[in-house]
Design a protein around this ligand. Sequence first.
Ligand code: NAP
Length: 253
Amino acid sequence: MSEATPRVAVVTGAARGIGAATAKRLAADGFAVAVLDLDEATTKDTVQEIEAAGGRALGVGADVSDAEQVQAAVDRIAAELGAPVVLVNNAGVTRDNMLFKMTEVDWDMVMNVHLRGSFLMTRACQKYMVDGKWGRVVNLSSVSALGNRGQANYATAKAGLQGFTKTLAIELGKFGVTANAIAPGFIQTEMTKATAERMGVPFEDFVKAAASQIPVARVGQPEDIAHLVSFFVSEGAGFVSGQVVYAAGGPRA
Ligand code: NAP
C-alpha cells in the first residue's frame, strides 16, 4: 500500500459512538474512510476530525437497510474515495421490550438494521474485495447475543451476525478476505445512555453499577472497540477469520 493510494474503509453508523471512534482510528491507521450514517449531515464532525488530523474522509448518508440507498452509497464511495475493501458493519439500533410487549415494528426494525443492513452492505462491498483479492469485514455483535432480558429482537440479530460472519469467512477466504465479529459488553455511548434513560436511572449511576460488575472495574469506551477493529483489519491479521471476540472487560458477559 503506497501513501498515495490508501486502502478504503467503510464504517457504518459512524456519526458517533463506536462507529465514530472506529472511523477515526482507521484513518489514523492510514485508511481513507467513508463515514456512513443515516443522515450525511451528522457525519460532519467525524469527517472534520479525521481531516484535521491529516486523514482522508468522505461523509455519506444512507439507510443500511435500504438496498437502493446502499448500492448508491457504495457506488459513490468507490467513485470518490476508491474501492471499498474494508467494511465495518457497525450501524445499530435498540428497540427493547419484554417479549409479550414487543411489537412487530420493533422486531422488524432491529432485524432490518443489523441483519439486512450488514447483508446489503457486505454484498455491495465484497465485489471490490474479491476483485482486489484482499478484504476485511468486521461485524458488530454484542454480549447480548448470549441472551438478554428485554432484548429478544436485539439478541437474535446479534447472534445472527455471528453466523453471518462465520459464513462470510468460509465463502470469501480464498479471495484473501477475512470476516470477524466483535461482541462488546457495556460501552459508554448514546446507545447505553438511551437504555439508562428508558430505565429511569441517571447515566452516571448506570455506568457505576455496570463497572462494579466488570472484572477490569470500568465500562468500555468506543476506543476500546476501535482498537480491536484496527487489529482485525490489519495486514497481519490475515490468518484470523470467522472469529467472535467478546470485548467486555472480563471473560463473561
Ligand atoms: P450509537 O451511539 O447509537 O450509534 C449508532 C449509529 O448508527 C448512530 O449514528 C445511528 O444513526 C446509526 N444508525 C442507526 N440506524 C442506521 C441505519 N439504518 N443506517 C445507517 N446508520 C444507522 O451506538 P453505539 O453504542 O456506538 O453502537 C455501535 C454498534 O455497536 C451497534 O451495532 C451496537 O448494537 C453495537 N454494540 C454497542 C454496545 C454498547 O454498549 N454501546 C454493546 C454491544 C454492541 P442515528 O443516530 O441517526 O439513528
